[in-house]
Ligand binder design. Structure first.
Ligand code: NAG
Ligand code: NAG
Ligand code: NAG
Ligand code: NAG
Ligand code: NAG
Ligand code: NAG
Ligand code: CU
Length: 640
């Protein structure tokens, strides 16, 4: 800041900070998506890419209605993007090299569209985008880049080499799966489709199977009431117990997430499901391409929450605190402070929509859901039982976010909320109960109350698998002037994923361990661990946050791994040296301890260090740290 010639500018800045503080716990309408926001994905700091289905949006591109836009978060303006094929109910991920992949779709729209020629069948299409913030990137959508087979509602998950598996889907669209495609393939291709018995066994409630990569390279897969661990390389399915109470996949669309991975939880992969619908497929489904068999608008959404550690020796579903209000189509968002935000969705019914009047009970327009759940809720397992889910201090939205809504975490720690269109084409909100919603909101989690956010310096551009820790610094102001806040620091690394149909594909979070060293200026230097392994956090860009006293910094997109597809280099993980005091002779040293070969006995970690435990001289890791180091070394060596 040069001269204070512009006092009004400073005042404006101050006013905007205060205004943002006012927004904590609230939604604010920030702009317009131009097309229905059926899928949203962000991989660069300032732009969210939005994809709709082919429908008659007023926004034009290339002589026809647009069905994709780039939303500029700096200006809250959109740029129409041209996509050649029908993107209806496809899926997206960010590959290990940072390119966004969008796969699948449906037949050409049944609604003739002006300016569109011939076939725009998108069912086999693979669309790529190298994301940008300068307005100079476009989707490639070419007939020579296609999947083996048609996939409407496929699931994508990023694998440890940064490629993606593409699983399941239907040959064409309907309410549930009218014509199964119980196979999987990869991008980049690894050859022909492979059969997947699990998908055949869970037909027709197998659209968008819920999938997470596990540390042993297998995939947890959930559909209907069933679940497996899937060795996709050798095509071997290990049955897990059925999921209780409710089915969770589309069209029940329960909120779902992987527990943030931390050293304290031993990076145990825990899958979580909240809400859904307590109906069996026979109760729900009339015919696979007709409306539901019963008046789903009267069927209350489930409140149950259940979780599973798929790699436990004897996996069992563990209930945890139920939702205070039932919810279908809730989007679960892992926030920078590792609490879980759920928003969007409804109290009754299911995902999907039908032709108007195709069932006598259809009283919510074409929507198969009714009564929007407008109030967000946050899960924090550190709170006392009975209060782990809480909407305290959170205000409701004014905008129903029904079927085809989306939510993703942004780098500033707010959540981009958009979409809602339980209609086969554009229907203005004044013409039906739940019309096509173009308004975009940001939801500001409670940490926006902070007058100042930490501004760490020295954040890296990439994280490696194993190897030496990296160093970042926080100022005294970043510690809010109180060194006691050091012990509250969390370094979190979050892939927000790509949001569609209440799923954030490839969303996951890891907490990185650190040690600290006080600086003469009252700030602190942190030595932070690298990633344990590419199965625990697959390659590709993700947001790095530093959280102090519950207040996150602005996230930075940092590449996990080499930035290239392919086998990643994995070195032994060197944990940060347990904290040392600053010393005049050796000011900046945060030299890591070499990997010890101690015997793991499992307990606390370096990140719980406080001022007392910090005062370990001689650079010898504490027994607990030794335990963690060797545990991690063990994990990374055994897995790869
Ligand atoms: C990422 O990999 C895909 C598949 O090989 C390729 O099509 C794309 O161009 C790559 N992106 C970059 C930025 O190299
Ligand atoms: C439609 O097809 C005709 C004939 O192939 C071609 O001349 C025209 O440019 C096409 N229009 C669009 C919008 O693709
Ligand atoms: C895959 O399934 C199809 C249909 O059931 C069957 O015809 C085909 O032989 C199977 N392929 C393999 C490799 O098992
Ligand atoms: C931590 O994980 C490893 C590898 O998955 C496992 O062998 C070990 O028993 C776990 N330890 C604890 C304390 O959960
Ligand atoms: C781990 O630490 C906690 C509290 O610091 C303590 O209660 C617990 O007994 C310890 N567990 C082991 C296995 O040392
Ligand atoms: C750290 O230990 C040294 C040597 O035992 C002592 O002089 C110093 O006061 C300690 N510092 C803290 C913060 O406990
Ligand atoms: Cu859909």
């Amino acid at each position: 800041m040069a001269r204070i010639k512009d006092v009004s500018c400073l005042l404006a800045l101050l006013a905007s900070v205060l205004a943002t503080q006012e927004l904590a716990g609230k939604f604010k309408i920030i702009g317009n998506s131009g097309v229905g926001a059926m899928l949203t994905v962000q991989a660069t700091p300032d732009t969210v890419f939005i994809i709709d289905k082919t429908q008659k949006n007023e926004l034009q591109v290339g002589g026809h209605s647009a069905w994709a836009t780039a939303y500029d978060l700096r200006t809250n303006t959109i740029r129409a993007m041209d996509i050649g094929t029908n993107t209806f109910c496809a899926a997206g991920v960010i590959l290990g090299n940072g390119t966004i992949l969008h796969a699948g779709g449906d037949l050409a729209s049944q609604y003739p569209m002006d300016g569109i020629n011939g076939s725009i069948d998108g069912r086999r299409r693979l669309r790529l985008l190298d994301p940008c913030d300068d307005g100079n990137c476009e989707w490639t959508d070419r007939a020579d880049l296609e999947m083996n087979s048609p996939r409407w509602y496929p699931t994508l998950e990023v694998l440890e080499d940064g490629s993606t598996i593409i699983m399941g889907g239907s040959v064409k669209g309907a309410y549930v799966n009218p014509e199964d495609n119980p196979t999987y393939e990869y991008f980049p291709s690894r050859g022909a489709d492979r059969n997947m018995t699990f998908l055949a066994r869970t037909y027709p409630l197998n659209l968008y199977p819920l999938v997470w990569l596990l540390p042993d390279s297998r995939l947890f897969v959930q559909a209907d009431y069933k679940a497996i661990n899937f060795d996709h390389v050798n095509n071997i399915e290990q049955d897990l117990p059925d999921i209780p109470y409710s089915f969770r996949v589309y069209p029940a669309s329960a909120a779902n997430w992987l527990t943030p991975l931390t050293a304290e939880n031993n990076y145990t992969h825990t899958v979580n499901f909240c809400g859904g619908v307590s109906l069996t497929k026979d109760e729900l489904i009339g015919s696979v391409d007709g409306p539901p068999a019963l008046d789903v608008l009267q069927v209350a959404a489930d409140t149950s929450c259940t979780s599973l550690n798929p790699l436990d020796a004897k996996p069992v579903w563990n209930d945890f605190e139920p939702l205070p209000e039932g919810r279908i189509m809730g989007s679960a968002i892992i926030l920078p402070d590792l609490t879980i935000l759920i928003l969007n969705g409804a109290h009754y019914g299911t995902a999907g929509y039908g032709d108007l009047g195709s069932a006598s009970w259809m009283t919510a327009g074409a929507s198969y859901a009714e009564s929007p759940t407008l109030t967000p809720i946050i899960y924090d397992p550190k709170r006392p039982k009975g209060k782990q889910w809480s909407s305290d201090g959170l205000s409701p939205s004014t905008i129903p976010r029904m079927y085809h809504s989306t939510a993703i975490l942004l780098s500033d720690g707010s959540v981009f909320v958009s979409g809602s269109n339980p209609n086969s084409d554009v229907v203005p909100p004044e013409d039906t109960k739940y019309g096509t919603e173009y308004r975009v909101e940001k939801f500001y989690p409670p940490y926006f109350k902070a007058a100042r956010r930490p501004r760490p310096t020295g954040l890296p551009d990439s994280l490696s698998y194993g190897g030496d820790p990296f160093t970042i610094e926080l100022s005294s102001d970043d510690l809010f002037g109180d060194t006691k806040n050091i012990k509250t620091i969390m370094v979190t690394y979050i892939r927000p994923g790509s949001s569609t149909h209440a799923i954030n594909f490839a969303q996951r979070a890891i907490k990185l361990q650190w040690s600290h060293k006080m600086l003469d200026n009252g700030g602190v230097r942190l030595s932070v661990q690298q990633l344990p392994s590419p199965t625990i956090f697959a390659p590709g860009p993700a947001l790095l946050y530093v959280v102090v006293a519950g207040i996150p910094s602005e996230g930075k997109f940092v590449m996990a791994g080499s930035g290239k597809l392919g086998k990643q280099v994995v070195r032994p993980l060197v944990l940060p040296l347990v904290d040392v005091e600053p010393s005049a002779s050796d000011p900046g040293s945060t030299k890591p301890v070499p990997n010890p070969s101690g015997n793991p006995s499992g307990n606390s970690t370096a990140s719980s260090s406080d001022d007392k435990s910090a005062n370990i001289s001689g650079r010898v890791a504490s027994p607990a740290t030794l335990a963690v180091v060797s545990l991690l070394t063990l994990v990374s060596l055994t897995l790869l």
